[in-house]
Design a protein around this ligand. Sequence first.
Ligand code: G3H
Ligand code: 13P
Ligand code: NA
Ligand code: ZN
Length: 317
Amino acid sequence: MIVTTTELFKHAYGKYAIGAYNINNLEQAVGLFRGNLGKVKKNDEPVNENLAAPFILQISRGARSYTDKRFLEAIIRAAEEVFPEAIFAVHLDHGTEEVCYDAIDSGFYSSVMIDASHEPFEKNVEITKRVVDYAHKKGVVVEAELGQLGGVEEDVAGSVCLTDPAQAAEFVRLTGCDSLAVAIGTSHGAYKFTGKQGVRLDRLAEIQKALPPGYPLVMHGASSVPKEWVDRINAAGGKLAQTSGVNEADYLKAAKLGVCKINIDTDGRLVWCAIYRESFRDKPEDFDPRTPGKVFMAAYAEYIIHKNQVLGSAGQL
Ligand code: G3H
Ligand code: 13P
Ligand code: NA
Ligand code: ZN
């Protein structure tokens, strides 16, 4: 059943975080649904129903235009039928104003993100407020963003791009957005931290304090970039630099400080890349797309179960 993120956040606030996972294709969708239902076997036997989790399925603009957005929508509709126990939100990731309206009008998305965080504060408020007013009329909830997620360089340069707590409170008051993505030291992609940096839980605590009680926050750029998967990719011919991501132990700490949604895309890509590389390395005579596909769907389901365990969402369905 498709629900809004607001419904999921009410249950999670202060206790655990909901995993928000990006998908682009069929195999990612099937692995994601199986994992969130605690099912990892091919026959969809539940391995442990106590692992089932509510989740957020995220679709980026890139995912919508990879083929035709209707293919992705049809895959998700089919998954809803195949997995009737699933409770999830369908969320537009990093939308522009125009794409937000398109997603809202489709009647398919229960939640959209308007990302005008690159604009000056006043303009971000103006755009976000327009999207919120439009979305709320149609029962869709809105995530907005304030602050700049860093790259490694920005981290080194200092904390100038982190979300300002007082500004965050003002932004939420002026826009009426339902949740807020905050910049607390993370960045998108596989290369997040070079040294001892990590999630700025100190800043997160200040932001939580400045906002109304129970207000849901969102952490982007939250992949943990597991060394195990990077090493498997490289052992199978990949050339990824050694890197580090978010410490998984910080997920629950962030959840206790009001983060209800934790965005994970890169980790799923790493699992995908490792499995496909290994499959064709180990069976060089094989060219059947289903060979790596089957292995990937099972591995991704298992990875999602692990992720939900560290997020605290496993067993919350
Ligand atoms: O924030 C970006 C997400 O990881 C989606 O990435 O725009 O390449 O689909 P994408
Ligand atoms: P990662 O690149 O850390 O997976 O972050 C994904 C994200 O924030 C999607 O919006
Ligand atoms: Na930003
Ligand atoms: Zn993001």
